[in-house]
Design a binder for this molecule. Structure first.
Ligand code: SF4
Ligand code: SF4
Ligand code: SF4
Length: 336
């Protein structure tokens, strides 16, 4: 009996490790995109603590709201309110956000975020045109790593400054004014109201103008650079700061790594450490989106793996690697 159960467990494990990750991810991301961009039409409402970009400005279709929108509004309250009972609302909001996040960790980025999915679709479009994509190179890559943390700090400090009376309330939720999600995602439900400039104040005009420019950069940049916006995303920075207790983990066994570089070659975020670092067991870095492409591309048994609450759910195997190579899946490398 237990031998039989063991055999079926190992069959399931083998099937999971042999999965065509490219196609699995495509359908998972597609479903999540439909849910978060159109779910509102089916009266789905997952609240306003969602740990990735499900834009609140997509008024009709949204099935939940990106946490950064309510966070900025809450922090912009006058200080006498913020540092009294209203502060509890900030803590409750953060607690809910944290609960959503703790399950999937940055898997929200690799599998669920509509803005991440859109970037992947633009990459697919570029590939069809045969245009090569651009790489940052190591130095600019390291320099750019800080941008998202600076944006996160500004996204917290500016609303606090509004609440303290240092900045005008016209700025609203300042990050949302410049976020490409505000301009681009409502377009998928035919809502063009965000394609306008706010002439009612100087700060409104500057921020909405900047927002239009960044949305244009998002579309062009994501076409020529994989996950162009994710490098600068303050949500990604916030994720990384709170990722330690999350249940989904990317692990590496450096002792069996041959430094072949396959994992780096398929990594959209150009994370060299995934191939080079043979010391750290926790392989998730600040830019990682937990897309798991590195696990699918690693030929060494058990060298890269994904665990959920300590349980192995997907790991690199020679058989899985060969199957994906033969299908042409999982070899979506830097030469494409
Ligand atoms: S890092 Fe990318 S995928 Fe993650 S929340 Fe930001 S835009 Fe979305
Ligand atoms: S693909 Fe696997 S063996 Fe090759 S460098 Fe990456 S972790 Fe090491
Ligand atoms: S390190 Fe692996 S999981 Fe993280 S972004 Fe790169 S390929 Fe995806």
């Amino acid at each position: 009996m237990s031998e039989c159960r063991g055999r079926s467990t190992s069959r399931i494990r083998r099937a999971v490790n042999n999965v065509d990750l490219q196609s699995f991810r495509f359908w998972f991301q597609f479903t999540a995109f439909v849910l978060f961009v159109y779910g509102g039409y089916l009266a789905i409402d997952l609240g306003n603590s969602i740990p990735m970009f499900s834009c609140g400005y997509n008024r009709e279709g949204r099935a939940g709201v990106c946490y950064l929108l309510p966070l900025q509004h809450q922090l912009a309250r006058p200080w006498e309110q913020l540092f009294s009972a209203a502060g509890i609302a900030v803590l409750t909001g953060f607690g809910l956000f944290f609960l959503w996040f703790i399950v999937l960790n940055k898997g929200w980025c690799g599998f669920m975020c509509p803005l991440g999915t859109l970037q992947d679709w633009l990459t697919s479009l570029r590939k069809r045109t045969g245009i090569r994509y651009s790489l940052y190179g190591e130095k600019p890559f390291n320099a750019l790593s800080w941008v998202k943390f600076v944006l996160l700090a500004l996204m917290i400090l500016i609303p606090l400054g509004i609440g303290g009376g240092w900045f005008s309330h016209d700025m609203g939720a300042p990050f949302c004014q410049i976020c490409p999600g505000r301009v681009v995602l409502p377009l998928f439900t035919g809502d063009t109201t965000q394609l306008t400039l706010d002439f009612s104040s100087v700060s409104g005009l500057v921020l909405t103008g900047l927002g239009m420019f960044i949305a244009g950069m998002f579309l062009i940049g994501s076409f020529i650079k994989k996950r162009f916006f994710c490098f600068f995303c303050p949500m990604s920075a916030l994720h990384y700061l709170i990722a330690k207790p999350a249940l989904l983990k990317l692990k590496k066994d450096g002792e069996t790594c041959t430094k072949c570089g396959n994992c780096f070659n398929v990594c959209d975020m150009e994370i060299r450490a995934i191939a080079d670092d043979i010391v750290k067991k926790d392989a998730m870095t600040d830019d990682c989106t937990l897309c798991l492409k590195c696990v699918a591309a690693c030929p060494e048994p058990g060298t890269l793996k994904v665990e959920f609450a300590g349980l192995k759910i997907f790991e690199s195997t020679e058989e899985g690697f060969l199957k994906r190579m033969n299908k042409g899946a999982g070899c979506d490398g830097h030469s494409h």
